[in-house]
Design a protein around this ligand. Structure first.
Ligand code: CO
Length: 149
C-alpha cells in the first residue's frame, strides 16, 4: 500500500514532463498560420516501420502556404533546409537523393494530406533528430524534435 502512495506522484510527473511514444502511426497537422500542431514526436523503435501522415487543416494552396515534413539529424537539418528550399516548388522543396533526408513527405496545400512510411529501426534512441518544413521561410518556426525510444 505504501508503495502505491509513493508511486502515484511519480507517474503524474512522468506524464506531465515526457512525451510518450504514440504508436507506429503518427499524424501531424499543419495550418495557414505556418505551424505544425506538434513540437515533438516520439515513436517506439520496436515499430520498425512508422507511417507519418501530414495533414493541412488550412485553406491556402501549396504555392502560397505549402507544407512538407522532412526528418534529419539535428546537426544537419539547417543546412538541409537551405538546400531543400533552393530545389523549388516543382520538386516539393525536396533535394532528391540527399542522404541527410532520413524521411520526407510531399508538399501539400490546405485540405490535403499525405503520408510516408519509413524505417526507424536504424535510428538511435540517444540520437538527436529534427523534423521541419522546407517551404521557403517556414523552417524557423515549423520544426520540432523527433525521438525513438
Ligand atoms: Co510549411
Amino acid at each position: 500500500m505504501k508503495k502505491a502512495f509513493y508511486l502515484a506522484p511519480l507517474v503524474a510527473m512522468t506524464l506531465a514532463g515526457h512525451v510518450m511514444a504514440e504508436g507506429c502511426e503518427v499524424t501531424i497537422d499543419s495550418n495557414d498560420m505556418m505551424k505544425y500542431d506538434k513540437s515533438e514526436i516520439v515513436v517506439a523503435k520496436s515499430c520498425g516501420e512508422v507511417t507519418l501522415t501530414l495533414t493541412h487543416s488550412g485553406a491556402l494552396p501549396a504555392a502560397v502556404m505549402g507544407h512538407n515534413w522532412i526528418l534529419a539529424k539535428t546537426g544537419e537539418w539547417q543546412a538541409l533546409a537551405g538546400d531543400a528550399m533552393a530545389v523549388g516548388p516543382d520538386k516539393h522543396y525536396l533535394p532528391e537523393g540527399d542522404e541527410c533526408m532520413l524521411a520526407h513527405t510531399d508538399l501539400i496545400g490546405g485540405g490535403e494530406s499525405t503520408s510516408v512510411t519509413f524505417d526507424v529501426s536504424g535510428l538511435d534512441p540517444e540520437g538527436d533528430y529534427t523534423f521541419f518544413c522546407s517551404f521557403p521561410g517556414h523552417s524557423f518556426q515549423m520544426n520540432g524534435k523527433f525521438r525513438v525510444e
